[in-house]
Design a protein around this ligand. Structure first.
Ligand SMILES: [Zn+2]
Length: 83
């Protein structure tokens, strides 16, 4: 049994990442984490950026709405919410 955080043999060249928290901010995601390397930082940046462009309900292309609690939705899901 391996200790939590200890990299397994296959990924021993990778730095462990400890995800503290994921929050929703202005319709997108914010990752709070420790560790990792430039590759991990790049992936997190990409995921945060994409979270502003993908509908949080169905995965289709979407955008943050402008009113009320900001959510990132596609046109179809946005319309469904306002009916
Ligand atoms: Zn949608």
């Amino acid at each position: 049994m391996k200790e939590y955080g200890e990299p397994c043999e296959k990924f021993k060249d990778y730095y462990p990442v400890n995800l503290e928290q994921v929050k929703e901010k202005f319709g997108g995601l914010r990752f709070y984490y420790n560790g990792g390397d430039d590759h991990v930082a790049g992936l997190v940046d990409m995921a945060e950026e994409m979270s502003y462009k993908i509908c949080e309900r169905c995965g289709n292309p979407g955008k943050p709405n402008k009113v009320g609690w900001i959510r990132t939705l596609c046109d179809k899901c946005m319309l469904r919410d306002t009916l």
